[in-house]
Write a protein of this length. Structure first.
Length: 73
């Protein structure tokens, strides 16, 4: 990621994340882990321990979510 994109993320309080297919998305900053719905590209985020069991607790189907990786700039 370019330094310009990294600066824009900082200004806009966003992170860039990437799924396993290589697609990138902008998400709100402030979380350690992000899970993206593979059907409609909505996402949820949480702390370092946020995983599939937390998705279930939220009433979400972990089978339709994929953990995406934060791209550091």
């Amino acid at each position: 990621m370019s330094s310009i994109a990294s600066s824009m993320n900082y200004i806009n309080y966003e992170n860039t994340v990437q799924n396993t297919s290589g697609q990138t998305f902008q998400v709100d900053d402030g979380y350690n882990r992000y899970w993206m719905n593979t059907v409609d590209n909505t996402y949820v985020g949480g702390d370092i321990n946020f995983g599939e069991s937390q998705l279930v607790e939220m009433g979400l189907d972990p089978g339709t979510y994929e953990e995406v990786q934060i791209i550091k700039g």
